[in-house]
Each structure stands twice: as C-alpha cells, then as structure tokens.
Design a protein around this ligand. Structure first.
Ligand code: UDP
Ligand code: MN
Length: 383
C-alpha cells in the first residue's frame, strides 16, 4: 500500500490532542529509518510566504489567496480520521501516530489490527509507575503495537487484590482492545526481542520462568501475561478470593489448564534471568503482604470454582487521563467490595493468624493449585 507524503497533516496530528502527544517517540531500534522532521512553525506562515513569493499586487488576487489559505488552515485543523488516539474505548480508533509512519519509499507500515490493553494492578507504587509508563510506551511503540495503559488503582481500605483489579481492568478497558497484558508495574522489559503480539492460540507468558528475575518454577505465569479477550472470558477471568500477596496467578494457571489453554512462552532469547527484565522492587521498601488470617491459607491453596469475572463487585470512584513523559495513561480509582462472609481475610486487622485447619478441607488434595516450592530451586532473592 502506498501513501502520499503529507507533512502538513503529520504536523497537525502531532499537535492535536495534547494529552496524547505522539511526536516524540523514539524510532524502532532495529531499523535505520529516520524520523520525519516536523518543523514547529505556525501554519499561517506558509500562506504569508506564498503570497510574498507570488508577488501579487491586485487586491482581488490577494483576497482569493487569503480565501484559499483559510480553506487550507481549516483542512489541517480538522481532526484526522486516520490517526486517532489508541485509547481502546474509542471504537474505530486507528493505529497511533508513533514516530514515523512512512518508510524510505513513502510506504505506510502494515497496520496491526489488534489493540492491546495493558492492565496494571496498582496501589502506592508511584515511583515505579513514573519509570514504567514511559518505558513500556516506548518499548511497544518501537514494536508498532497499538496499546493503551490502564492503571487499576485500588483505593478502598481492604487488602490489595491483584486478581480482582485485573478483572476490573478487563471490564473497563473496553471491547475495542482485543487482548490484554496482565502487567506488573515493577517489571520492565529490556530485551527488544520480547514480543507483545496478539495471542491468538492461547495465553503468552512474556515473563517466563527462565526469564523472570525472581520466579523460576515451571507453572509460574505471573509478572507479564498476554491473553485475548475471548480466552479471558472463557475461564471467567481470575478468582476474586486472593486478598494479600500470592497464589492468584497459580489459581489462574489452574483455570487455563482446565480450559485446555496452552501457555506459550518466548524461546531462543539470548538474555536470561538477569538481563531480560528489570525488577524495580526492594523488598524492604515494598513489603509483600504475606499475612494470613481466618481460613485464608486453607482456601487459597485450592482451585476456586465460585468467583471470577462474573461475580466481581466494584465501583469506579474516578477516571483520570494523564500523560507521563509522553505516555498516555488512564487511571481508574477502584473501590473493591468484599463479602466478609466468604473471604473474611480481605481485612486482617482484627485477627491475624490462621484458624485451625479443617481436616476435611486439608484432605481435599485434587484441587490443590500449587505444590509447596523448593525455594532454593525456584526462587531468586532479587531485591
Ligand atoms: N502491587 C501494587 N501495590 C501493592 C502490591 C502490589 O501496585 O501494594 C502491584 C504492582 O503492579 C506489582 C504487582 O502488584 O508489580 C505484583 O506485586 P509484587 O511486586 O509485590 O509481587 P512480586 O512479583 O514482586 O512478588
Ligand atoms: Mn515485584
């Protein structure tokens, strides 16, 4: 497909929608293509220049010239139908204008019809977000991936619930995004060979055990997981029972396995656990909430067949659009609701410590989602 070079239109697009600036993104590191240079001068200067060049003296000619210039200015100030924002809720929005659209022969890069919603479960990780948002935005722009970042910010007083927040993000990111990345805010992809392609056949675990800086057990699917909307719905999203740190991703793995969804992972990368991702996590500063109370330990070791996307209960308190160093971000302030009769461990302030084990439950082995880990073999103390 060929495309006429139209610098005036490109200039307009780079200016339109200031909160979604798309002009300053870096180039794909794997290509030698130069960015289109966009001169920052006001467009009416072109008209003045034209009239001067033509050396017109007759008033009627000048009037005609002004009229034509007016039409030209009107044309370039209209919103472009083909370079919309990549906010996934915008139905019909097209490929974002990130960096250069044209190659050396003035051909447009092939459009990727798929749209990725990055779902970031979040609470009190501001410094990490400031680093993450521009990094991932530039990383994906280099891959020419149409994406939008959703920060799912838990603002209630309950314990953090990563899984329920991902369910919220899935529902709120809109059907125009046809796949999601369940993405930790403190995990930054470093190797450009990591791809965030549409996972048509089944979930794609980007932060694979042989690449993640900390977790290396074979069934690990945390950190960064891509899944298309159809598959996410098929397994009813994630369990809502996991308040506090851990096991929600293992329970999700059990769901995928039961649904016969095969998890694919990157192969043939030259990097490993030390240099594929940066994990911005000091465990003394960002303490993991490993408290257990009531019968949490017992229940959360097992597969949950009762809760998920279809039973989620929440309220959006606010929705804010912001830009972090050129990266458009939607922040959703979310109030999760907890049914204390089902998961009393959503708030452990009154009672810390487990209730005695129910021998009947303990005997139930077929639904155990994760075996006890050999910490030496499957865990690296990375921060
Ligand atoms: N998270 C958060 N606030 C918290 C706990 C977790 O925002 O108080 C989010 C954040 O995106 C983080 C992810 O949940 O990257 C996973 O949590 P954490 O980093 O503690 O787990 P790890 O994988 O390092 O064990
Ligand atoms: Mn972490």
């Amino acid at each position: 497909m060929s495309f006429r070079r139209d610098d005036s239109k490109l200039r307009k697009c780079t200016h339109h929608g200031s909160s979604h600036s798309k002009a300053s993104l870096p180039l794909p590191t794997t290509t030698s293509r130069a960015p289109l240079q966009v001169k920052p001068h006001p467009p009416w200067e072109d008209c003045v220049w034209l009239i001067r060049m033509l050396r017109v003296r007759r008033p009627s000619t000048i009037l005609w010239g002004l009229f034509l210039c007016g039409l030209f200015l009107l044309y370039i100030s209209l919103p472009s139908p083909s370079h919309g924002s990549c906010d996934c809720n915008e139905t019909g929005s097209s490929y974002p204008l990130t960096g250069n659209l044209l190659d050396d022969s003035n051909r447009v890069y092939p459009k990727d019809p798929h749209k990725l919603a990055l779902l970031i479960p979040f609470r009190d990780r501001f410094e990490e977000l400031l680093e993450f948002a521009p990094h991932i935005h530039n990383f994906l722009a280099s891959q020419r991936k149409n994406h939008h970042i959703y920060v799912i910010n838990q603002v209630d007083n309950l314990r953090f619930n990563r899984a329920a927040l991902l369910n919220v993000g899935f529902l709120e990111s809109g059907v125009d995004c046809d796949y999601v990345a369940m993405h930790d805010v403190d995990l930054l992809p470093l190797n450009p060979a990591l791809v965030y392609e549409f996972p048509s056949d089944g979930p794609y675990h980007v932060a694979a055990p042989h690449l993640h800086p900390r977790y290396h057990y074979p069934t690990f699917i945390g950190g960064v997981l891509l899944i298309n909307r159809q598959h996410f719905r098929k397994v009813d999203g994630l369990s809502n029972k996991y308040w506090g740190w851990g096991l929600e991703d293992d329970e999700f793995y059990a769901r995928l396995k039961e649904a016969h969804l095969q998890v694919a992972r990157p192969g043939n990368l030259t990097s490993g656990t030390q240099n594929t991702f940066k994990h911005v996590h000091d465990r003394r500063v960002r303490r993991r909430d490993m408290i257990k109370c009531h019968n949490q330990q017992e229940v959360t070791r097992h597969r949950d067949r009762d809760t998920g996307l279809s039973t989620l209960s929440y309220r959006i308190q606010a929705r804010k659009e912001l830009t972090i160093q050129g990266a458009p971000v939607t922040v959703l302030n979310v109030v999760l609701e907890c049914d204390h009769s089902v998961t009393p461990w959503c708030d452990c302030t009154e009672s810390i410590g487990n209730t005695p084990r129910d021998p009947q439950q303990s005997a139930k082995t077929q639904d155990v989602i994760v075996p006890r880990l050999n910490r030496k073999k499957h865990l690296t103390q990375d921060g």
